[in-house]
Design a protein around this ligand. Sequence first.
Ligand code: ADP
Ligand code: MG
Length: 274
Amino acid sequence: MLETAQDTDNDKAPPPESDRRNAPPLLTVRNVDFWYGEKQALFDVNLDVYPGEVVCLMGPSGCGKTTLLRLLNRMQDDVPGARMTGEIVFDGQDINDPKLDVVMLRRRFGWVAQKPNPFPKSVRENIAYGPRIHSIVDEGPDMDLHVEDCLRRAQAWDELKDRLGDNAIDLSGGQQQRLCIARALSIRPDMLLMDEPCASIDPIATTAIEELILELKEHVPVVIITHSMAQARRLADRVAFFHLGRLLESGPADRFFNHPKTLQTRRYLMGAFG
Ligand code: ADP
Ligand code: MG
């Protein structure tokens, strides 16, 4: 039997700004079980995400981190045989409510994948496409400003302002990933979901992206999967630690790293598995 130590009401990290102190969670995951066909991948997961914070999902490969992240914006809908029970509430709405418009829901999340995956189109078009099809920004001068703003927020403007017409696949890996972050921001998401966004880029590009995440979180909370303990220490307000599909421990990052509650977490932190 595994120990579990999930959040109680008393053990949330304080919201970063005083005016958020009483803010309700933006996202609530309650008693979620999930199956791929016969195979159960998540067991009774409970997690909250508050405005203004970075939540790091950690744990050994195959423990269900990506599965959970993909559930949050209903990307698992596309997987045949996928089935969930429990409840996920985003901004007061049950995301599985049959009346909910899934396209609108997905638009509220920015998604950044492990491997940079820009469209094989111009830098500008990578950013302009989403806002154009969702009628968020008009094409023309407004879009030029929006493209600039998104690239600035992704700390990529200085490097890319003279390359707006270049094909994105000709950029370096780090530039591509920042472009993908700019693209994720372009639809004005309410939450960013990042699945090991620094796994395939170099340390300097990683530092730039970490700084960016810390800046962005004030306006857009971030749920990020990372295998890097150092990265989680730098970024996380709260950590959720998974093992074999169960959320074993979640709570403030300080406590997670300094006073882990479960044996599995202690072993993971000591590098005994992972
Ligand atoms: P993590 O991201 O923590 O490495 P995943 O969420 O990708 O783990 O996977 C959790 C479990 O679900 C693993 O056992 C994996 O093999 C399984 N799994 C992931 N995706 C699928 C899928 N599309 N179909 C069937 N099983 C899957
Ligand atoms: Mg994964």
